[in-house]
Write a protein that binds this ligand. Structure first.
Ligand SMILES: Cc1cc2nc3c(=O)[nH]c(=O)nc-3n(C[C@H](O)[C@H](O)[C@H](O)COP(=O)(O)O)c2cc1C
Length: 359
C-alpha cells in the first residue's frame, strides 16, 4: 500500500476512518524549527468537520505529538502525530461491502483486498486521512514561511461560480485569504457558493469544485527534468488527496488553444532579477522552478456519497441492486480539501528544497 511519499522528507500516513485512530510519521524535518502550535491548530481547523457546509461527523481532530517535537520545536527525530477517531457510526457502512457506492472506492477495494479491507467510514480511502496530512503540512508551511516561501489556496470555482483568480505574476491575493472563514477571495462569491452547497445538501446531492494553489517565493532552479519535475512531484502529491480528478499548472489546458505568441511569457529584468511578464508557464519550465509563482489548479469531484438512491450491483449474487446511502457526508469535498492541497504542496516543496541542499 503506497501511503508514503517524499524522498528526503518521508511522509507516511496511517489509519482507517473508524479504527482507533489515524496519524502520520514524518522523517526528515530539519531540527530546531520553532513551530507556532496555535497557528498549526488554526490551520487544521480549516479542514475539521463542522458547520453547515461540511459533514455532521463531530471530530475534534486534536493531534497528539508522540515524537519529533519538544517544547514546540522540531528535534530532528521522526515526527509522529496521532489523532483519535471519536465519532464513528460504522453501521452506516455495513451494506457497501456487497453493494458498492458508485464513485467511491468500495468496489476497487473489494477487488484488491478480497473483502478484507476495513472499509468502515471509507477505511483508508476516507477524506479523514487528510487530517494528519494537514498536521504535517501545517508544520512544513511554517518552515517554508521562515524562508520567504508562502503556500496558499482558495476555492476558485464551485457550482459554476468563480472566485477571483490569483494574479499569476504576483499572487498577492494570498494575504487577503488569511483568517477567512470561507476560502474565497471575493466574499460575495463565497456567500453565493454557500447557498449552492446548502441547496445541494438539502436535495441529498453534492457538488464538485476547483481549488487554485499558489507557491510564492520559491527560488529558480528547483526540480529535475522529465520525471523528477516540480510539476510531476506536486501533481503526484495532490492526486494523493481523495476526490482529486485533475491537476493543471499555469494556463494549463487553456494553453492548448493558444498561439505561441499568446502563451509565451516574455522575460524581463525587474529589481535585478529575471522574471516573466506573464506566467502561463505556472512557475515551471522543463520541470524546474523559474522563480515565478507556481500556480496549480486541482479539480475536485462531487462527493460520491449522496443520499439519492443509486444503481449498483450486489456482488455476492452478481445481480443489479439499489444503494441508499445514509450516514454523514460532505456536500462539497472541495471546500475542506483547500488546506489539504496547501499541506501536500508545502511538504513536496520542502522535500525538494532539502534534496537540493537548500535547507
Ligand atoms: C476532506 C475530504 C472529505 C471527504 N468527505 C467525503 C464524504 O463525506 N463522503 C464521501 O463519499 N467522500 C468523501 N471524500 C472523498 C472520498 O474519500 C473519495 O472520493 C474516495 O476515497 C474515492 O477516491 P477518488 O475519488 O480519489 O477516486 C472526501 C475527501 C476529502 C479530501
Amino acid at each position: 500500500m503506497s501511503s508514503v511519499f517524499g524522498n528526503k522528507l518521508k511522509v507516511s500516513v496511517f489509519g482507517q476512518s473508524h479504527g482507533a485512530g489515524i496519524g502520520v510519521v514524518v522523517d526528515g524535518f530539519p531540527a530546531g524549527e520553532q513551530i507556532d502550535m496555535d497557528r498549526l491548530d488554526a490551520f487544521m481547523a480549516r479542514r475539521r468537520p463542522g458547520g453547515k457546509h461540511a459533514t455532521k461527523r463531530r471530530e475534534s481532530d486534536r493531534p497528539r505529538f508522540l515524537s519529533g517535537i519538544e517544547d514546540s520545536k522540531t528535534c530532528g527525530f521522526p515526527l509522529c502525530v496521532v489523532i483519535d477517531n471519536e465519532d464513528t457510526r460504522s453501521k452506516d457502512y455495513k451494506a457497501f461491502g456487497d453493494t458498492p457506492r458508485p464513485s467511491h472506492a468500495d468496489y476497487t477495494a473489494f477487488v484488491k483486498y478480497g473483502g478484507n479491507a476495513d472499509m468502515r467510514g471509507g477505511g483508508h480511502f476516507s477524506g479523514r486521512l487528510t487530517a494528519p496530512l494537514c498536521a504535517a503540512g501545517g508544520i512544513a508551511i511554517q518552515i517554508l514561511e521562515k524562508r520567504g516561501i508562502k503556500v496558499g489556496a482558495h476555492l476558485l470555482m464551485a457550482a459554476g461560480l468563480y472566485d477571483l483568480p490569483f494574479d499569476p505574476v504576483r499572487a498577492g491575493e494570498l494575504d487577503k485569504l488569511e483568517g477567512k472563514e470561507f476560502p474565497c477571495i471575493n466574499d460575495a462569491v463565497a456567500e453565493k457558493i454557500k447557498l449552492k452547497i446548502e441547496e445541494a445538501a438539502a436535495q441529498g446531492d453534492s457538488i464538485g469544485g476547483i481549488i487554485e494553489c499558489a507557491i510564492v517565493g520559491l527560488p529558480a532552479g528547483v526540480g529535475e527534468p522529465m520525471f523528477g519535475g516540480i510539476e510531476n512531484r506536486l501533481a503526484s502529491a495532490v492526486f494523493g488527496i481523495p476526490a482529486i480528478k485533475g491537476v493543471e499548472f499555469g494556463a494549463g489546458f487553456a494553453c492548448a488553444s493558444m498561439r505561441g505568441s499568446q502563451n509565451n511569457d516574455p522575460f524581463e529584468i525587474k529589481d535585478g532579477r529575471v522574471m516573466t511578464r506573464t506566467n502561463n508557464h505556472g512557475g515551471s519550465l522543463g520541470g524546474i522552478s523559474s522563480g515565478m509563482p507556481i500556480i496549480l489548479r486541482a479539480a475536485v469531484k462531487p462527493t460520491p456519497s449522496i443520499l439519492i438512491e443509486q444503481d449498483t450491483v450486489r456482488l455476492s449474487a452478481m445481480v443489479p441492486a439499489k444503494v441508499q446511502i445514509t450516514g454523514r457526508h460532505d456536500p462539497c469535498v472541495a471546500l475542506r480539501a483547500v488546506p489539504c492541497i496547501e499541506a501536500v504542496c508545502a511538504l513536496t516543496v520542502l522535500d525538494m528544497l532539502i534534496e537540493d541542499g537548500r535547507i
